[in-house]
Design a binder for this molecule. Structure first.
Ligand code: AMP
Length: 142
């Protein structure tokens, strides 16, 4: 049974993409912990970090870095970024397709890890995705 992220990558389920290529993709988290919360995933479905080839992990982290820059460029209120990667159910991994969370932080946002994000309208996710995607394209073209 393919993971929910594989189904997104196969266009069976909707997502608000900021980037996709043959190795890695990134789209908005459906329940963002903060506005702009983005997930970076390898296209090849791998549940555990241990099974992810290092060269693909490098692509995931490089894209995570670019997305952090694009989020900061699109929203000056973002003054920090948290990365989160949950490897295994006991580490809080719910979707068995390894992914890097890129979580924008703003002064006084009050975020504490361990909670759930709130369900967000697709239009809001699409709006964020379009803004990040535009900055990302400019950056990656340089
Ligand atoms: P984790 O607990 O690290 O496995 O995180 C899974 C993340 O996937 C959660 O933050 C969910 O909100 C997010 N998620 C689940 N389903 C979807 C979906 N259909 N589209 C986007 N994000 C999703």
């Amino acid at each position: 049974m393919p993971s929910i992220f594989t189904r997104i990558l196969q266009n069976e389920l909707p997502a608000s993409f900021v980037h996709r290529d043959e190795v890695v993709a990134a789209f908005l988290d459906i329940q963002p912990l903060t506005p702009g919360h983005t997930l970076v995933v390898p296209v090849r479905e791998v549940a555990s970090l241990s099974d992810l080839p290092p060269e693909i992990l490098a692509r995931v982290t490089a894209l995570g870095q670019e997305i952090g820059l694009a989020i900061r460029a699109t929203d000056p209120s973002v003054t920090g970024i948290n990365w989160l990667l949950c490897d295994g159910p006991d580490a809080g991994q719910e979707v068995p397709h390894i992914h890097l969370h890129v979580i924008p932080r703003r002064k006084g946002d009050g975020l504490r890890f361990g909670g759930k994000g709130s369900k967000t309208e697709r239009a809001d996710l699409d709006d964020w995705a379009a803004r990040i995607e535009t900055c990302l394209k400019d950056q990656m073209a340089k």
